[in-house]
Design a protein around this ligand. Structure first.
Ligand SMILES: Cc1cc2nc3c(=O)[nH]c(=O)nc-3n(C[C@H](O)[C@H](O)[C@H](O)COP(=O)(O)O)c2cc1C
Ligand SMILES: CCCCC(=O)C(=O)O
Length: 358
């Protein structure tokens, strides 16, 4: 018998989204690079890590509010940037933005969105005039165009730039190759790329992008800069030295270089390298409130979700995304309570052990 309540967790949202979506678009959202080893590893790593709760702490119900990069958020969970929301639902990024603003979480809007950043920002503000929106950027070799995009994000009121640094080339996506999916369907454009015609194929993922470009970016904008896609502790140290404001420890959901480690497995070593100097966000495979708790314990200020938002959007537009966020919120309250923690800031490192040892 089919459930009448709808999905009760993120996994069930994925199943429902798979039923709802064109299979080619489902593959685009779900897939990883090549053998999808890393995509699978991200979720598997969370299952391998165990939580060791503390008892009798008498703390009362946990509060979830915290700050990330100085922004208040109703819980330590952000929306990772994902491209092409219109493939999931006609409400596209406007629906996602309303759900994020309604839930009081930061949305990281993708440069490759199918809705212009000005419209996304306007929609979020209709729900909450203080809604926090960050902008994800692929630095382009054409610096004039890159600057034009940054100016649009600034003018729209975005409060941080998330520079994706794990993409000196596009990962090899074999599901996309098999499906012949290399371009947006007619009627959909990348509205943040208007200056170059709106065609996603105009975007250049270039191996020539370097720390020099970061210095240039630092010089043209006062916005905080967050690097997304750092996995090596030396890069984390270089980022701190270069004045970067935050890092997203991420392997792009396994969509770029396949066989990188699970992102959660890189978090402790990055946290040690950074030594608390700048905030860390963890994404990749976060599907449960317990996953968020593990990220907090291992040194993140917050976690972010990519695909879960897309599953919610595909199933029921704004309401679907809102439901995914509220499920994760309820799971997080439950997990923190069961762990004996009363806030995202009081999750100790020794809450997490490998496999049950020590
Ligand atoms: C369909 C899809 C599109 C994505 N597009 C972008 C993008 O445009 N820019 C970017 O920096 N990351 C992009 N990502 C990566 C996400 O920001 C995030 O790192 C990843 O999805 C996290 O893993 P999760 O999906 O397991 O939560 C995309 C991910 C997916 C699944
Ligand atoms: C040129 C498309 C890149 C979008 C992206 O980052 C992803 O699909 O993972």
């Amino acid at each position: 018998m089919k459930s009448v309540r709808g999905p009760v967790n993120v996994r069930e949202f994925e199943h429902a989204a798979r039923d709802a979506l064109d299979p080619v678009f489902y593959d685009y959202f779900a897939s990883g690079a090549q053998d999808e080893v890393t995509t699978a590893a991200n979720e598997a790593a969370f299952r391998r890590l165990c939580l060791v709760p503390r008892v009798l702490r008498g703390l009362g119900p946990p509060g979830l509010e915290t700050t990330v990069l100085g922004h208040r958020t109703s819980m330590p969970l952000l929306m990772a940037p994902t491209a092409f929301h219109r493939l999931a639902h006609p409400g596209a990024e406007l629906a996602t933005a309303r759900a994020a603003a309604g839930a009081g979480v930061v949305m990281i809007a993708a440069m490759l969105a199918t809705t212009a950043i000005e419209e996304v920002a306007g929609e979020a503000r209709k729900v909450d005039e203080n809604a926090a929106l960050w902008f994800q950027l692929y630095v382009q070799p054409d610096l004039g165009f890159t600057e034009a995009v940054v100016r649009r994000a600034e003018a729209a009121g975005c409060t941080a730039l998330v520079v994706t640094v794990d993409s000196p080339a596009l990962g090899r996506n074999e599901r996309g190759d098999r499906n012949g999916f290399h371009d947006l369907p007619p009627g959909m454009r990348c509205e943040n790329l208007r200056e170059i015609g709106g065609d996603v194929r105009g975007v250049v993922l270039s191996p020539e992008i370097s720390w020099r470009h970061l210095d240039w970016l630092r010089g043209i904008t006062g916005l905080p800069i967050v690097l997304k896609g750092v996995l090596h502790p030396e890069d984390a140290r270089l980022a701190v030295r270069r004045g970067v404001d935050g890092l997203i420890v991420s392997n792009h959901g396994g969509r770029q270089l396949d066989t990188t480690p699970a992102s959660i497995d890189r978090l402790p070593v990055i946290a040690d390298a950074v030594g608390g100097e700048i905030p860390l966000v963890l994404d990749g495979g976060v599907r449960r409130g317990t996953d968020v708790v593990k990220a907090l314990a291992l040194g993140a200020s917050a976690a972010a979700v990519g695909r879960p938002v897309l599953w919610g959007l595909a199933v029921d537009g704004e309401d679907g995304v809102a439901r995914v966020l509220s499920l994760l919120r309820a799971e997080l309250v439950n997990a923190l309570t069961l762990c004996g923690c009363d806030s995202p800031l009081s999750v100790p490192r020794d809450l997490v052990v490998e496999g049950g040892g020590r």
